[in-house]
Design a protein around this ligand. Structure first.
Ligand SMILES: *Cc1c(COP(=O)(O)O)cnc(C)c1O
Length: 393
């Protein structure tokens, strides 16, 4: 008896020929993964990326992206999370237990501290902030309960570039794991694992996506046992990424080195120009002579992200600086970075840094952060010039 068309539309026997190849890989989307037989179902193993179990545990598309991100970071294993912040949370949840202590740099990505204050604290995990420019200070803070040290190069918003290898060594000699937030370096500016760090996390939302339209994070390791701890927590928390989002990142990876270089060049051009302006007290760009941690940047990096902050002179009012930001036309006001559109964001340092950290010489004035898009540098400079004129006369 011929089968009903409703059945036929689902179980049609045709299989397209294999061997299809195109520049972009196929996009597989699944919750259910179909097993050939019961034995295959019973033999499933989601840990090693050797087979498929359930959409949440990976598809050919997410496995491919994991391999490419691991290669980008110079690591071996990768877990993908639905955002950069989810990747940070995954590391914390995989490695920390009640009674443990976590150390974070005092210029860490803000939501990473909010996570420690708001969630980890409720589970009995303590955290303290350390000065990332003081390796000996970090070494002195590490105690018997310290289990994990996060490092970030450079610090979010205020852009101090630390001695990464020094910080990692201080933790390692005391048997403490280290995790790097490598969103700025993106696997391009320096080889993260050369520092000895155990875990490299990245917000793929930024450079690897490059479109301002995908949220994703990655956690890369070289150590199989460490990866398994992360993978188990990843599985139990139900973290996964959508096939179409993985597709967008896979597509964008091909242009990552070119975009990184282009935005780096624009960033240095504009940072240099802004440093000559009388309204600007200081430009915080790690590749610029005199920037906090510039020597560490020079020793470790071959490039810089197209991202910098400017301290407007304290003689101006906050309102004048806001007027400058509002007067910009090509630089749009928005969070995140590394997309095609240049972005600007004024930050209120007193809300973000301890009173002690704010005493630092390079943090006097009003901070505005710029992220380079892919527009022409000359047009962006003209935009900055007209907005300076508009706000400061
Ligand atoms: C953006 C960012 C994150 C978080 O990424 P999301 O995908 O936005 O959650 C983490 N760390 C740094 C340094 C970032 O810039």
């Amino acid at each position: 008896m011929p089968r009903d068309i409703s059945t036929e539309l689902i179980h049609h026997a045709y299989q397209p020929p294999g061997g299809f190849e195109a520049p972009q890989p196929a996009v597989h989307k699944a919750s259910t993964v179909i097993f050939k037989d019961v034995a295959a179902m019973r033999a499933r193993d989601w840990r090693e990326n050797t087979g498929y179990t359930y959409g949440l545990h990976g598809t050919p598309t997410t496995f491919l992206l994991e391999e490419r991100i691991a290669a980008l970071e110079g690591g071996t294993y990768c877990a993908l999370a639905p955002s950069g912040l989810a990747a940070v949370a995954l590391v914390d949840q995989a490695l920390l237990s009640q009674g443990d202590e976590l150390l974070l740099p005092d210029n860490v990505y803000g939501p990473s501290v909010a996570l420690a204050r708001g969630e980890l604290a409720r589970w009995g995990i303590k955290h303290r902030l350390y000065d990332p420019m003081d390796v000996a200070g970090l070494a002195a803070m590490i105690g018997p309960a310290t289990r994990l040290v996060w490092v970030e190069t450079p610090g979010s918003v205020t852009m101090e570039f630390p001695d990464l290898a020094g910080l990692v060594a201080a933790a390692k000699t005391r048997g403490v794991l280290t995790a790097l937030d490598n969103t700025w370096g993106a696997g391009i500016a320096f080889r993260a694992f050369d520092s000895g760090v155990d875990i490299v996390m990245q917000a793929l939302t930024k450079f690897p996506s490059g479109g301002g339209d995908v949220l994703m994070g990655s956690v890369v390791t070289r150590d199989a046992a460490l990866h398994e701890r992360i993978k188990l927590t990843h599985m139990r928390l139900g973290l996964g990424v959508a096939g179409n989002d993985a597709e967008l990142v896979l597509r964008s990876l091909a242009t990552l080195p070119l975009r990184y270089a282009a935005q780096d060049q624009t960033g240095r051009t504009l940072a240099r120009w802004l440093a000559t302006r009388p309204e600007v007290a200081r430009v915080l760009h790690p590749a610029q002579e005199g920037a906090p941690g510039h020597d560490h940047w020079r020793a470790a990096c071959t490039a810089a992200a197209g991202l910098f902050s400017v301290m407007f002179d304290a003689r101006y009012s906050r309102a004048q600086v806001d007027d400058f930001v509002d007067a910009l036309q090509l630089f749009r006001i928005g969070y995140s970075w590394a997309g095609p559109v240049s972005l600007v964001m004024p930050y209120n340092l007193p809300e973000m840094r301890s009173a002690e950290a704010r005493q630092r010489e390079h943090l006097q004035g009003h901070l505005v952060r710029f992220s380079m898009g892919l527009e022409a540098a000359a047009d962006l400079q003209a935009d900055l010039a007209q907005a300076l004129q508009c706000a400061f006369g």
